[in-house]
Design a protein around this ligand. Structure first.
Ligand code: CP3
Length: 349
């Protein structure tokens, strides 16, 4: 039997209800810290093959749900599957992270194939469909989150060509050639709208936008490259799916968070671990849900240190719409039993 969607605790929290204890899930909840993930990963070969194999990607998505009974499953994929789907050469080198052929001029933009995106990412939509079917059958309280990177963060990787501490080439180009950077952002906004709407069509019930590098920008650049494109994206998705909840995560946005929450129109904002949840709980409009923000390294440490941090976050979130999560993704050295202990602690209120 299908539970009515409004009964799912995560969807109730996203609709503005102060559900207690707060629903919880963890960024990067599927991944290398789980032995069952490493097993599937070895079977799949490289990381992109795993993301484009619907059966294996669906299995990996469901692993943390089976193990911990979290309130949400998040599609197993990567934010860089959008540039990959646009035809930008991408590989994940062992121990080096993602490597892309950098795009820094109009010729690079001209090679991007927006028309081919839908077909290339079709296996990811098949994964969404398989996960939704499995949840409908076996885990009716669990909501399915689809996601993409925000245009700015994805542009960082597309221009830089790899991870970076400060993405100085990208930020430099955004200042020196805003017309070029604006064209890249517009292409990504359009591609990401298509990509996210396809996930909803396939069964995603919530969408999340990861903007991992938003916090590097000056306030003016943040408004131009983070808030504006995100607002356009949210409006475009809402035009097709008016009631669809959207979580925005402008990591390290600091004091810009309330403005981001108000002007983008997202239903929920993610807090990174540097943010005081007591401040955010008051500074973000009361109708906007907040999500976060345990330091992933507190989860690695476990024990009393983790418990103290988690309890202080819970105290800050109490009485307002909130979702318990980490402030950034789970790291590979996390002991799986610490995740179980955290789930018991949060569920205990
Ligand atoms: O949360 C989840 O469980 C869903 C899956 C997910 C992955 N990446 C899987 C993944 C999500 C939501 C992401 C988002 C993502 N990817 C972000 C935004 C969030 C953040 O962490 O800031 C970014 C910046 C990326 C880009 C990316 N993908 C990097 C920098 C790396 C290499 C770093 C690393 O951890 O190896 C990846 C690879 C990646 N994405 C892995 C996983 C599980 C590791 C691949 C492996 O198994 O070897």
């Amino acid at each position: 039997m299908d539970a009515p969607p409004s009964q799912k605790p995560l969807l109730r929290a996203l609709a503005g209800e102060a559900v207690w204890p707060p629903p919880m899930w963890l960024m990067r909840q599927a991944g290398r810290y789980l032995p069952e993930y490493r097993e599937i990963r070895a079977q799949a070969g490289d990381f992109i093959s795993l993301c484009t194999n619907p059966e294996l990607a669906a299995e990996v998505t469901l692993q943390p749900i089976r193990r911990y009974g979290l309130d949400a499953a998040i599609l197993f994929s990567d934010i860089l599957m959008v540039p990959w789907g646009l035809g930008q050469p991408l590989r994940f080198a062992q121990g080096e992270g993602p490597l892309l052929e950098p795009i820094r001029d109009q010729a690079g933009l001209d090679r991007l194939d927006l028309a081919g995106l839908g077909q290339r990412v079709a296996p990811i939509m098949a994964t969404v469909g398989l996960v939704r079917e499995a949840l409908d059958q076996h885990a009716q309280r669990v909501a399915l989150i689809g996601f993409a990177g925000s245009p700015f963060t994805v542009a960082c990787y597309m221009v830089e060509g790899h991870g970076s501490k400060d993405f100085s080439v990208t930020r430099g180009l955004a200042f020196s050639d805003p017309a070029f950077f604006g064209r890249l952002i517009r292409i990504l906004t359009e591609a990401t709208t298509e990509y996210l709407c396809a996930q909803v069509e396939a069964g995603a019930e919530v969408l999340m936008l990861f903007d991992s590098w938003a916090g590097m920008l000056s306030p003016a650049q943040f408004r131009r490259w983070v808030i504006e494109p995100t607002a356009i994206l949210v409006r475009a998705i809402r035009k097709r799916y008016p009631a669809l909840p959207i979580i925005g995560f402008p990591r390290l946005a600091g004091a810009m968070l309330p403005e981001y929450a108000t002007r983008t129109g997202v239903n929920c904002v993610g807090m990174d671990s540097s943010m005081d949840p007591r401040w955010a709980a008051g500074a973000v409009p009361a109708g906007v849900t907040v999500q976060g923000n345990l330091d992933p390294l507190a989860l690695v440490a476990g024990g009393a240190a983790m418990e103290a941090e988690a309890r202080s976050i819970l105290a800050a979130l109490r009485g307002r719409p909130a979702i318990f999560n980490l402030g950034h993704g789970i790291v590979p050295q996390t002991p799986p039993e610490h995740v179980g202990a955290l789930v018991r602690l949060v569920r205990g209120g």
